[in-house]
Each structure stands twice: as structure tokens, then as C-alpha cells.
Ligand binder design. Structure first.
Ligand SMILES: Nc1ncnc2c1ncn2[C@@H]1O[C@H](COP(=O)(O)OP(=O)(O)OP(=O)(O)O)[C@@H](O)[C@H]1O
Length: 271
């Protein structure tokens, strides 16, 4: 029988049973003004795992994802309680610098949003502002590495400085955004429906890319596609009305969920 920490869909993926979580969320509550959007959310994220957030529209998936890299910081209506630790350290402690924290997370949005700048500049921007590369040669190698890891290099290598990111196809733009997300050498990738607005072939490429990134990154991905969750995720978290109702290995959630709401949602009875 599969234990809680064994990825069911990838027999070669190493078991996580002895590993400490990279990120821990405890008793997370969040309000937009008076409206409570998250209620007592608890979960861990382990190294080298893909965790999918699923659940009906408006159940709090994006809100929870944005808490992980403090994207709500500048939203005045937001009030939040609970703790989020990264390697055991409170990410909301007063001495934590939000831009430095966000560097440790790569963010990929649903709609590809490259900068209106060349392919090169899209990838080089983050490392440049954070001073991550010492020489131009280092930067060249890094940009190439990010584009290769995003499975885009071969398609754009001759147009790095002549083509704008916004002139690529939708699927290429999304892979460019993933290259950009990788450029600050993050430990964790946060992906808010990364395949929600691209075609099936581009979706397959992004899903394959997520799997190839897994050995070196943890990924939290929101998806409305149950097939996608099943294809890529090691574990799945089901959100319902602001609560994380259950979390577990992907096959367990899909074949033997603990909650009737999870079963009904997966069966497509509501969404
Ligand atoms: N900026 C905001 N101000 C006020 N309420 C908000 C804001 N953002 C989200 N909400 C509300 O918080 C709740 C959770 O929204 P959230 O976007 O996190 O859900 P979701 O599960 O990601 O939905 P979807 O799958 O449709 O993207 C919803 O009721 C939503 O209307």
C-alpha cells in the first residue's frame, strides 16, 4: 500500500517520509475586509513535490497561494492570521524583506504576462535587479539555462535580442514566463492555473516541464483540470468554502476521498 509520502504516479520519485517540509502553513485565516476567505488552513509542502490545489470557483485557492509569497502585503483590505514557515522560519516576521522572500518563489500566472521587452530581457531582468550574476558571460549562460529548463531554448535561441516576449505564441509566452520565474533561482514555484489559457499541445509541454523541474523545485499548482492534477501532482489539496477540506496522495484523493464534497467535486457534480 502507498504510504502518505509516496508519490503514487511516479514509481521512481523518491519517498519523502524522512524529509522535513520546506514550507508549513498553520491555522491560516484570511479576511478581505469583513469577508473571511480562508479558515484554519493547514498543510505542508515537501521538497521536490508537486502539490495541486483543486476546488470550486471562489473556494480560496488563489488567496491561499498568494499568502505563500506575501502577495497580499500591499492590499489594505486583507487581514491575515496564522503562521507560514519556510525552512522553519516565519515568513511574516518583521525582519523578513518581502522582495528577498519573493525571490525564493517563482510565480506563474494563468494568463502569460511577459514584459514588453526582448526574450533575453524577460529572463535577465530578475537576476539583474537582484545582482545574481557577476559577469555578462555568467548572465548569458544563466539565460540559456533558464530557457533550456523551460523547454524554449531551441525555439528562440536565434531571436533572443530581436524578438519581444509578447510576440511569441501563447504557449511559448507561458514557457518564457516559466523561464523568467526560474531566473531568480527559486526553491518553490507557485503556479496559478498555468495551463488555463493555452491550447492542449502547449498544455502538454507545460505539464511535462513541471515534471522535469520537480527534482530541483517544489511546485504548488492551482488547476481546474482534474486530469491535469492526476497527471502531474504527487499530492492534491481540496479546498471548499475557504477551508482545506482534505489533502493526500493524488490517487487516494481521486479514488477514495475522505469527504463526500471532494467525491462530488471530482465527479463533476458541482464546480
Ligand atoms: N481582492 C479581493 N477582494 C475581496 N474579495 C476577494 C478578493 N479576491 C478574492 N476575493 C474573494 O475571496 C474568495 C476566494 O477567492 P479566490 O480567488 O481565492 O478563489 P479561487 O478558489 O482561486 O477561485 P477561482 O477558481 O475562481 O480562481 C472569493 O469569494 C472571492 O470573491
Amino acid at each position: 500500500m502507498l504510504d502518505e509520502f509516496t508519490a503514487p504516479n511516479t514509481p521512481t520519485h523518491p519517498p519523502r517520509s524522512n524529509r522535513a517540509p520546506i514550507l508549513s502553513v498553520r491555522d491560516l485565516n484570511l479576511w478581505y475586509d469583513e469577508k473571511q476567505a480562508l479558515e484554519d488552513v493547514n498543510f505542508d509542502l515537501f521538497p521536490s513535490e508537486i502539490l495541486a490545489f483543486i476546488g470550486p470557483s471562489g473556494c480560496g485557492k488563489s488567496t491561499a497561494l498568494k499568502c505563500l509569497n506575501r502577495m497580499h502585503d500591499d492590499v489594505r483590505s486583507v487581514h491575515c492570521t496564522g503562521t507560514i514557515t519556510l525552512h522553519g522560519e516565519d515568513i511574516r516576521a518583521p525582519w523578513v524583506d518581502p522582495p528577498m522572500l519573493r525571490r525564493r518563489f517563482g510565480w506563474v500566472a494563468q494568463k502569460p504576462n511577459p514584459f514588453p521587452a526582448t526574450i533575453w530581457d524577460n529572463v535577465a531582468y530578475g537576476p539583474r535587479i537582484h545582482g545574481l550574476m557577476r559577469t555578462h558571460a555568467d548572465m548569458e549562460a544563466h539565460v540559456e539555462d533558464c530557457l533550456r529548463r523551460a523547454h524554449l531554448w531551441d525555439e528562440v535561441k536565434d531571436e533572443l535580442h530581436t524578438k519581444d516576449g509578447t510576440d511569441l505564441s501563447g504557449g511559448q509566452q507561458q514557457r518564457l514566463c516559466i523561464a523568467r520565474a526560474l531566473s531568480t533561482q527559486p526553491e518553490i514555484l507557485l503556479m496559478d492555473e498555468p495551463t488555463g489559457s493555452i491550447d492542449p499541445i502547449a498544455t502538454a509541454k507545460v505539464e511535462e516541464l513541471m515534471l522535469t523541474l520537480r527534482p530541483d523545485h517544489s511546485v504548488v499548482v492551482i488547476t481546474h483540470s482534474m486530469n491535469e492534477a492526476r497527471r502531474v501532482a504527487d499530492r492534491v489539496a481540496y479546498f471548499h468554502l475557504g477551508r482545506l477540506l482534505e489533502i493526500g496522495p493524488t490517487e487516494q484523493i481521486f479514488t477514495a476521498p475522505s469527504h463526500e464534497e471532494t467525491r462530488r467535486f471530482i465527479a463533476g457534480e458541482f464546480g
